[in-house]
Design a protein around this ligand. Structure first.
Ligand code: SF4
Length: 351
């Protein structure tokens, strides 16, 4: 099903000198070392973006099915001992999980973690940002797909653009590293990409355009709704003039970034459909109900909640993470004729 990539034996990597980690690095059979963990803290959300959530949800995960903050910190601490350096908190909408700053505080205590980031729709951000920043949050990505109220309602199937803009202003005035994420749906908000870029440049922010992926709960995804990064870039260059490529700071970053002649702000393109970036993927995921996933589109999951619930050793948790990593496919395979989306939708995995 998936393109062939040279397999190498992980143990040869494991013997390479590593500095702090006390467990061997999490390397898959394609030689990719995993240093980034996305942690979904809830599947609940306060809006219903049609590229992610279903219109009506029967119910979100009950409290007892959610990994506790202690269990999350435990799993993260083992992963940090295996070389993970970045954690991104996601959802659903992470701010729907009460007292999230308590988790951030626990993660900040883990030596070896360089970044504690969060992706949010910013609807509740204005009231929560100070506690999160004080607790140790370092980076924040904010979803903003349009500046038009009617398009916001059409995409998110809820009201609330004002609170999002309030949240962005609060983030901009904080010391956090702020970035905007926009997802374009051809029929609904392609026309918004220039106003969105102007909005970002006025605040000297980076905005990244993410292609629509087949992870929507309503299973309405189709190729012709996808607005490719290349298309957006051409559209922007017609308006803003030529963009100049910015060298990748991190070879595993999913985005191709560009700057403007005047240096104000920047724009990036995350093209999982038209230009997959799986060959350098260094991401693993932890779902809100305690499953480890080696890929957004992975079909298999590894339960780590039972190990936490039974107070198993760090070695047991590490072994689960190592097995999850070893079984990672080369890529998502969206372009393959027999591609099937994973059972979970985006909100049940976390972006
Ligand atoms: S699709 Fe999977 S393998 Fe590819 S970049 Fe995303 S998480 Fe990594």
């Amino acid at each position: 099903m998936l393109e062939e990539m040279p397999r190498i034996n992980a143990s040869s990597i494991a013997t390479q000198p590593t500095s702090e980690p006390t467990f061997p690095p999490l390397v898959d059979s394609f030689g990719r070392t995993h240093e980034s963990l996305r942690v979904s803290v809830t599947d609940a959300c306060n809006i219903r973006c049609r590229y992610c959530m279903p219109e009506s949800v029967l119910g979100f995960l009950p409290q007892h099915r959610l990994l506790s903050f202690d269990a999350i910190a435990r799993v993260v601490s083992v992963m940090v001992q295996a070389g993970v350096r970045k954690v991104r908190l996601t959802g659903g909408e992470p701010l729907m999980r009460p007292k999230l700053e308590l988790l951030v505080e626990k993660l900040r205590g883990l030596s070896g973690l360089d970044q504690i980031a969060m992706t949010t729709n910013a609807m509740m951000l204005a009231e929560k940002i100070h506690a999160l920043e004080a607790a140790g949050l370092t980076h924040i990505n904010i979803s903003l797909d349009t500046l038009r109220e009617e398009a916001f309602k059409a995409i998110s199937r809820r009201e609330g653009l004002d609170s999002v803009l309030e949240g962005i202003d609060a983030a901009v005035s904080s010391k956090l590293q702020v970035r905007l994420n926009a997802l374009l749906l051809r029929e609904l908000n392609f026309q918004d990409c220039i106003p969105l870029v102007e909005f970002a440049r006025e605040r000297n922010l980076f905005i990244r355009f993410i292609e629509f992926m087949p992870l929507d709960a309503d299973r309405q995804w189709s190729q012709n709704q996808v607005v490719s990064g290349e298309e957006v870039r051409k559209h922007l260059e017609e308006h803003f003039g030529s963009l100049h490529a910015i060298e990748r700071k991190d070879s595993a970053q999913p985005s191709s970034d560009f700057g403007f002649e005047d240096g104000k702000g920047g724009v990036g393109f995350i093209d999982p459909v038209s230009k997959p970036f799986c060959q350098a993927c260094n991401r693993l995921r932890l779902t809100a109900d305690g499953k480890l996933r080696n890929c957004l589109f992975g079909k298999q999951e590894w339960d780590v909640k039972s190990a936490c619930d039974s107070n198993a050793s760090d070695q047991v948790i590490y072994d689960i993470a190592a097995e999850c990593t070893r079984n990672k496919y080369a890529s998502h395979g969206i372009a393959h004729v027999d591609f099937k989306p994973p059972q979970r939708a985006m909100y049940q995995i976390g972006g």
